[in-house]
Design a protein around this ligand. Structure first.
Ligand code: ATP
Ligand code: MG
Length: 449
């Protein structure tokens, strides 16, 4: 468990130092949200902080020390203790990457939004709300501390943080802050891709992603943060659609059913599913807009966009697959067609179905009944497959792992499928374990599994 918040507060106080709880943890507490990372601000310099917490026997990390931060385990969680920030530099020349401030007031003035600029004295519990952040929390507003454009110019990441908070908390960006974002959005490309991607990722997983995405568009940040998506804005569609491609994509992100495990994949896929449309749009014989095979070019465009974003390989692969397959429309009554649909998105048919439902939800026609039938057919196919594997193969997966002394993996499925087919076809007797073992060995030797 390590040291407690009270241990820290007492130790700083005893040495005549200030220690303030600051930032997101106070915001989250006021919102009634659990937050594990505690940030502290202090007048003590990083050497003094390190000596103090080591004196308490705490678990300490100094990786952030040259930025003024000492990491400490407090009540089981990593916390950061950072020397006051400011414009003025007080001290020697040992901390080249930061400027230290003289007071908590100066430190709070450097923070990005009013709802992130609270401080609470760890010892006396005195609460500072110099920028009326509590009012903004109650009114559900994101408001910059100080002059918005100046603050965004200092650090353009704040633009994306503000928009991300709007999505995460379902807050409105205050008009002056929104205008400041619009004035400075062209500075976004000066940020590292990792930081931009991290914010976009949080935005998409927020409570109201449509709010964040619309703020990206409204502020003009979209062409700088996600230029590949910008052509969707104003790309008009046919009479089945109420929105342009952008509006439809945002509506799809908002509509797609998610769980904490699927939110990341499904929302990114929903955002990109029609990425190919602006590039492929053409006039059809009947005079309407056509988007023939937009899913193919969309999958290609998504591949390069995801490469640039560095979202992670497994996730990117799955997103591209969902983009590529979102127009698939198997006949629910046809087993082969349903199985092919599922086999094209291994492990992801539920995600694909969720995407298709959401895609449809913002069309002018209602296809719910079709998707219900398709879902029922997929569940049936899955159950049949499970039964076939369970009942028919004379050897179980565990048997195979034991007999061949190999790590479990896709090879088991390949062998079991072959064995069950042989049983179903009458070429292997049910329960013929020796025969089954011979066949499995032959398959492995030939590298067929
Ligand atoms: P979360 O941790 O939920 O993403 P947070 O607000 O706690 O949100 P952190 O990155 O942990 O974000 O930062 C902690 C605090 O540091 C913020 O609440 C804010 O006061 C300040 N802060 C962080 N980044 C910036 C920035 N770019 N400009 C100004 N202040 C910032
Ligand atoms: Mg935080």
């Amino acid at each position: 468990m390590g040291i407690s918040h009270q241990d820290l507060a007492g130790a700083f106080h005893a040495r005549g130092h200030q220690l303030w709880l600051v930032g997101g943890a106070l915001r989250d507490r006021l919102l009634g949200i659990d937050s594990h990372d505690q940030d502290y601000a202090t007048d003590a310099d990083p050497d003094a902080v390190e000596a103090l917490v080591r004196g308490l026997g705490a678990t300490v990390t100094t990786v952030g020390k040259r930025f003024g931060t000492i990491g400490v385990r407090v009540q089981g969680f990593w916390s950061e203790i950072t020397t006051f920030r400011g414009d003025s530099y007080s001290g020697g020349t040992r901390w080249p990457d930061v400027t230290f401030g003289a007071s908590i007031e100066e430190d709070l003035a450097r923070r990005d939004f009013t709802i992130n600029a609270f401080a609470e004295d760890a010892f006396s519990h005195r609460f500072l709300d110099l920028y009326h952040g509590r009012q903004d929390l109650a009114a559900r507003v994101i408001r910059a501390v100080g002059d918005p454009a100046t603050r965004f110019r200092e650090d353009p990441l704040r633009i994306l943080r503000g928009i991300r908070f709007a999505s995460q908390l379902d807050f409105e960006v205050e008009p002056g802050t929104l205008a400041g974002m619009a004035q400075t959005a062209d500075l976004i490309p000066t940020l590292s891709q990792e930081r931009v991607t991290a914010e976009l990722d949080k935005l998409l997983q927020g409570a109201n992603p449509a709010r964040g995405l619309e703020a990206l568009r409204e502020t003009g940040a979209l062409p700088f943060g996600l230029p590949e998506l910008a052509p969707m804005v104003g790309c008009e569609q046919n009479r089945f659609h109420q929105f342009d491609v952008w509006g439809h994509s945002v509506a799809t992100v908002q509509a797609v059913a998610v769980t904490p495990e699927t939110v990341r994949l499904r929302r990114w896929a929903a955002l990109m599913h029609d990425l190919g449309k602006p590039a492929i749009r053409h006039v059809k014989a009947n005079g309407e807009w056509g988007f023939y095979r937009h899913e193919t070019i969309g999958a290609e465009l998504a591949t390069s966009l995801l490469d640039r974003l560095k979202l992670g390989r497994a996730e990117s692969h799955a997103i591209v697959l969902l983009v590529r397959r979102h127009m698939d429309r198997p006949e629910p009554g046809d087993r082969r067609s349903v199985r092919r649909f599922m086999a094209r998105v291994p492990e992801h048919w539920r995600d694909l179905l969720a995407l298709k439902r959401a895609d449809n939800a913002s069309h002018t026609y209602d296809d719910r009944e079709y998707h219900d039938r398709l879902e029922a057919a997929c569940l049936r196919a899955e159950e049949e497959e499970r039964e076939a594997l369970r009942a028919e193969s004379p050897l179980t997966g565990d048997d195979l792992v034991r007999i061949f002394d190999r790590e479990p993996g896709p090879w088991i499925r390949v062998i079991k499928e072959r064995l069950s087919t042989l049983v179903l076809d009458g070429d292997l007797a049910p329960g013929d374990r020796e025969g089954a073992e011979r066949i499995a060995r032959r398959m492995l030797n030939r590298g067929r599994a």
